[in-house]
Every structure is written in C-alpha cells, then in structure tokens.
Design a protein around this ligand. Structure first.
Ligand code: ZN
Length: 262
C-alpha cells in the first residue's frame, strides 16, 4: 500500500523555482506547480523538508494498493463500473423519484420504490457491469451478464425505465444488492449529521484500507451506512474474494476498481 501525496504551491521567485526543480528533476513552470508522489519516495522525503519554508501545500490524495494486496483480500469494496448514463430527471430529483424517504439536503435515502430512469437505451459496447452517474451504490448489468453471473448467485434484478417512449431498457437491468445484516465498526471514521433529516453519513476516506465488516459470509452486499459529502450519499458495495476474482476473470471489472478491506 502506498500513500499518494500532492505537493503544490505558488512559485514565488526564481530561487524557489530552481530549488524545486533540482529536487524534482523536472521543469515546474513559472506560476504554480502541483506534483503527486508516493509518501515513501526519496522525492517526498526531500521536498517534505522545505514544505514549510516555501509555503507549500502538502496533502494526502489517495492510496495505491499493490495487485497482490487486492488479490489476497478476503473482502473488498467494489468502487463501481464505468458510468453509462445519467439518472433522469437529472440531479437531484431522481432521488425522490427512485427512493422512499430521501433527503435532498444530504442525499440519504430509504427503500427503493421505483425503477431508475435513463433517457434512452444505452449503447453499451463491451461493458458488462456499470454504474449510473452520481449513483455509486447501485449496480447495473448487461442482461446476459446478469443471467449468467448475478442471477445464479441468487441476486434479483429490476428493470430500468427509459424516459423516451415510456419503455424499459432491453439490454440492461439493475442488480438488486442485499444489505449487510449489521453495521460496520467505524470508530475512526469521521461522519456528518444532516441538519434536515438528522441521518448520519460517513466522510469517504481515500487513505488506507476500507473498514472490514465482522460478518463476511456473503457474495455481494451493500453497507448499511451511507458515505458521501455535500448533497451526495451512497452505500458502499462489498464483495468477497471469489467475486472479485471472477469479476476480473470474466472482464466485468478491473483490479483497480477494488479497494481491500482490513
Ligand atoms: Zn438529510
């Protein structure tokens, strides 16, 4: 696991520019620079020493897991397939049309009441598992992939409606993912409480492993908890080791779409 940091700042004078270019071994331009680097790199070790004296900004922007760390994990977060359409009507009203008890302020919602609606039959190319823009906690699958992969796993599906012509999509269904039976212990994660509906959502962290649930006897589940910032909230989708492996083997997902839990 590697922590990725971003160093950025205003280039105040030619001396500063020269010092930074010696450290980074590259041309950094003239007005402002920004560079991402691994926390345990020599480069970062050197630049960290001058962050304060040069008024630079240093922040963690993410975590890079090794292939082995992903492939060896018992439980992983599936961060979703490629987005294939926007939910209709566009944000944020699709929430109230789709779910019960949804809150437009924080984005938290209750049971799904209606099908998602998209504009028209999607042009899928080779995609097998997809996500809707803004809706990261729900999975959609090309119909054959659903029949061959998700259905035998015992997962139900529901149709996806098309706003043009009032029909349903022929090639895509929503895969119904059950909820995890229990909340995950997340003592260390920050959360916010909505001033309108009083429900809680966790700040999604990109640093390190994702929290692992105590219950692990599932194929695919959604977390009980919501994650998000601003007006957005989604459940996380968790998969077990075998599902991660088979989704990669069957070209439904790529390695980097999984975040190991620990
Ligand atoms: Zn709310």
């Amino acid at each position: 696991m590697k922590i990725i940091r971003r160093i950025s700042g205003k280039i105040e004078d030619s001396l500063m520019k020269k010092n930074l270019e010696i450290l980074l071994n590259e041309d950094i331009g003239t007005a402002y620079f920004s560079k991402d680097m691994e926390e345990d790199s020599h480069e970062y070790e050197m630049i960290a020493k001058i962050v304060d004296s040069h008024n630079l900004h240093d922040s963690i922007i993410g975590t890079k897991f090794s292939s082995q760390e992903i492939l060896d994990s018992e439980i992983l977060v599936f961060t979703g397939g490629r987005a294939f359409a926007y939910p209709q009507p566009e944000s944020p009203d699709y929430l109230t049309n789709t779910y019960n008890d949804s809150c437009l302020y924080c984005g938290v919602f209750g049971e799904q009441e209606n099908d998602f609606v998209i504009k028209k039959e999607p042009d899928l190319k080779k995609q097998k598992v997809m996500t809707l823009n803004w809706v990261f906690g729900e999975l959609f699958a090309e119909i054959n992939s659903y029949d061959l992969y998700f259905k035998p796993m015992g997962l139900d599906s529901r149709t996806l409606s098309l706003s043009k012509g009032g029909k349903i999509a022929e090639h895509v269904v929503q895969v119904i993912i059950p909820s995890l039976e229990k909340e995950i212990k997340m003592d260390e994660l920050e959360f916010s409480k909505c001033p309108v509906c009083s429900r809680i959502k966790y700040i999604p962290s990109t640093i390190g492993f994702s929290p692992k649930p105590e219950i692990v006897d599932f194929n695919i589940v959604k977390t009980v908890e919501f994650f998000g910032t601003g007006h957005s909230a989604n459940h996380k989708i968790l998969v077990n080791h075998n599902v991660m492996r088979s989704m990669i083997e069957q070209k439904m997902a790529k390695l980097h779409q999984f975040v190991p839990c620990r």
